[in-house]
Structure formats: structure tokens, C-alpha cells
Design a protein around this ligand. Structure first.
Ligand code: PLP
Length: 393
């Protein structure tokens, strides 16, 4: 049996029709299949590979840490240099109130940790989340997720969660004395790239303060320069009480984090002690890789180039079949008439050497979220391929 057949037989599936491309290597902004065909990567592993693929500094950091040690002890007991160095580097780039980093294995686990932290800090139980929000696939995160189709089959879910539309007064008015936290994405990704209104976000933060509820911002997809600033919340000057990180955090390795004040994090250490624990969270190799990638992001001032690249895409992406393009930095949704059209474009684009995807709650949109290192020439190539595919449908 060849690898593709083994994939079909032994790897648990997530959809009835996986893309099923067999990628054997990745370098720069390209993926390569078993026949040596190159695919320009327009999604960077879904906002993970912000530096593209195969950065030597990241691989060197992984190799060095693997030689020093792999796993040595459950999270939080021993002083491990990669965890300490990365948490300090992150804190140096965050507001003073976000000084304490709890590393997890994934974005969803960061969400789970934040749910527990918010309940522990406030002594309250209710949570508010947004319709069309995505926060992960574990039961707590799924309870926050804002789409009935994805939630319903797995009931009963976590009780006490109310869902409201992003950018609405209704959501703000729903925050009451029983609300422990409001979970929002700083830009709603899977909804098809929906940015918050400045006045709404400010009013939301004010209401949270008035009612003693915590504002939790999920920057798992929008962090690390994706939207044109290092953190999405910088666009709006509204600092969350808890920040959620993942995806690009690990530089291509699995890593998530919830970040809050030192005082808040103390609540997880007592009554009960070990209020949140994880064996592998903050794995030293993942932290070493993440820090190496973070250093490059800052040293090479990559975030500063995002707005100009967004502009290049926006200038090129005009076609009678395109109904709208919604974007915040290099997180872009190209809206067509239907999900069916999107699937045809994605399929044809792959034949022409371009790899992209769609959005969970906006399947009528093509996802554009390339490595932030994509060049002007590559942007032109990507747009030309997309336009040619649109001509074909
Ligand atoms: N939150 C957001 C905004 C995400 O985009 C994702 C993943 O796509 C998650 C949470 C969950 O992260 P993970 O898949 O690492 O559990």
C-alpha cells in the first residue's frame, strides 16, 4: 500500500473529502509534493507559519534544545530556560498587565485555561461569547464557539454560556453581575474576517469593568503580526484582561498560552493547588522554536511590512466574480457567490500550484493568510492564479 492509501486507511479522518495532497517538504513560502511540484502557500498552515517554512534559526533552536533535553517534568515545577526566556520575551512586548504566561499544548487548551482562570478570579460562572466565533474543538472551547451546526451534535456542553452577535449593543447589554468573562476574537477570523468597531470595543471593555467581568481576547489566529500590528488589540488600544495565544506562537511547533497579570495567575495555585496542570504544555523544544521565530519576527521588522502587502493584494484582487474582499492585514476573505464556486477555485488553484482554503463560517469566501514573508512577486503570482481560476468558473 502506498502512503496515500495508508492515510485513507489508518489516519482518523476529519472530513469525508480531505485535500489529501502528499507534501514531502516545505521551504520558504512553498510546499512541495511527492512529485516535486511546488505550491505557493497562501495559508501558512492556517496562520501558523508566519515566517514561512524551514527557517534555519528555528530549526537550529529545535536541534539545540533537543540535544539539551526533551521532556523532563510536568509543567511549572522546574526552571526550564526555554519557557522562562520565551515568557519574558513575550511579556516585554505586551502591556504591563499581561506579564504572566501560562504555556499550553494548543490554542483550545489556552481557551480552557482562560475559562477556569476567569471563573477563579471573579468567583462567577457565566460566560459570554460571539456568534460565528471559533475558539477550538475541546468541550469548553466548543461551548464558546458561535455556531449551532458545529455545537449541536456534542450536547450537553458547558452550561452558562450566552451567544450574541459581534459588534452589537445586545452583547454589551447582556454583561451582568453574574458574568465571569466575555470571550471575543480581536478580529473574527472564521466569520470571514470581521473587525470590531472601535466604539463597540471600547464600550464593551467599559461595561466589563463596570460589572467586574474579564475581557478575554482570543488572538490565537490574529497574534504575531497577522493583522499588521504585533497583537490585534493594538489597532484599537483596548487591552484584554486575559490574552489567548497559539498557532504562530510555537514557530511551527505545537504551543498555546493564556496570558494575564501575575496576581490573577496566583489564583490557580491555591484552593485547589494545581488549579490548571499539564504534562506537556510549554514543551521546551516548542518554546525554543517559538522564541527563535519571535526573535526573527521582531529583528527583521516583519510586522511593519504587512500593511503594504495587504494593499498589494487589495489592488490586484478585482474580478466580476469577486463580491467583496474583507481584510485586516494578511488575514483576508475573498467573497464569491457560493461555497461551490470557492471549492472550484481552490481545486483549480491547486492544479496551478497555489494552495489555499476557505472559512468555517464563511464557506463562500477564499481564505488568504499567507506567511507574512510572502514577497511582492509571490503576491502577484498568487493573485494572477486566483484571477485565472475565477475566469474558469
Ligand atoms: N481560537 C482561534 C481564533 C482559532 O483560530 C483556533 C484554531 O483555529 C483556536 C482558537 C483553537 O486552536 P487549536 O486548534 O490550536 O486548538
Amino acid at each position: 500500500m502506498n502512503t496515500r492509501q495508508l492515510f485513507q486507511q489508518h489516519l482518523a479522518p476529519t472530513s469525508p473529502a480531505p485535500v489529501g495532497l502528499h507534501i514531502v517538504s516545505a521551504s520558504g513560502n512553498y510546499l512541495y509534493d511527492a512529485d516535486g511540484k511546488a505550491y505557493l502557500d497562501l495559508i501558512g498552515g492556517i496562520s501558523v507559519c508566519n515566517l514561512g517554512h524551514g527557517r534555519k534559526e528555528v530549526i537550529d533552536a529545535i536541534t539545540k534544545q533537543a540535544n539539551d533535553y526533551l521532556h523532563i517534568m510536568v509543567y511549572g515545577e522546574l526552571v526550564q530556560t526555554p519557557q522562562v526566556a520565551y515568557s519574558a520575551a513575550l511579556a516585554a512586548q505586551l502591556p504591563a498587565s499581561l506579564s504572566s504566561v501560562y504555556f499550553t499544548n494548543s490554542g483550545a487548551e489556552a481557551v480552557e485555561g482562560a475559562i477556569k482562570l476567569a471563573k477563579r478570579v471573579t468567583g462567577k460562572t457565566n460566560l459570554i461569547a460571539c456568534n460565528n466565533s471559533y475558539h477550538g474543538s475541546t468541550t469548553g472551547a466548543l461551548s464558546l464557539l458561535g455556531d449551532e451546526y458545529w455545537r449541536n451534535a456534542f450536547r450537553p456542553l458547558m452550561p452558562g454560556v450566552g451567544h450574541y452577535d459581534y459588534n452589537t449593543r445586545e452583547l454589551i447589554d447582556a454583561i451582568d453581575d453574574h458574568t465571569a468573562a466575555v470571550f471575543i476574537e480581536s478580529v473574527q477570523g472564521e466569520a470571514g474576517v470581521l473587525a470590531p468597531k472601535q466604539a463597540w470595543l471600547e464600550a464593551l471593555a467599559t461595561r466589563c469593568k463596570e460589572k467586574g467581568a474579564l475581557l478575554v481576547m482570543d488572538e490565537i489566529q490574529t497574534g504575531f503580526g497577522r493583522t499588521g500590528t504585533l497583537w490585534g488589540f493594538e489597532h484599537y488600544g483596548v487591552v484584554p484582561d486575559i490574552l489567548l495565544l497559539g498557532k504562530a506562537l510555537g514557530g511551527g511547533m505545537p504551543l498555546g498560552a493564556f496570558v494575564a497579570s501575575w496576581e490573577m495567575m496566583q489564583t490557580l495555585t491555591e484552593n485547589p493547588v494545581l488549579g490548571h496542570i499539564t504534562t506537556f504544555g510549554g514543551h521546551p523544544v516548542c518554546c525554543a522554536a517559538g522564541k527563535a521565530a519571535f526573535d526573527i519576527l521582531l529583528q527583521e521588522k516583519i510586522v511593519g511590512g504587512v500593511a503594504a502587502k495587504e494593499k498589494l493584494f487589495l489592488e490586484k484582487l478585482h474580478h466580476p466574480k469577486i463580491k467583496a474582499v474583507s481584510s485586516k492585514g494578511l488575514l483576508m476573505a475573498v467573497e464569491l457567490d457560493s461555497a461551490d464556486e470557492v471549492m472550484k477555485v481552490l481545486h483549480n488553484a491547486m492544479q496551478k500550484g497555489l494552495f489555499s482554503d476557505w472559512f468555517l463560517f464563511a464557506p463562500q469566501c477564499i481564505r488568504i493568510a499567507p506567511p507574512l514573508t510572502i514577497s511582492a512577486k509571490e503576491i502577484e503570482t498568487a493573485c494572477n492564479i486566483l484571477l485565472a481560476c475565477l475566469d474558469e468558473i
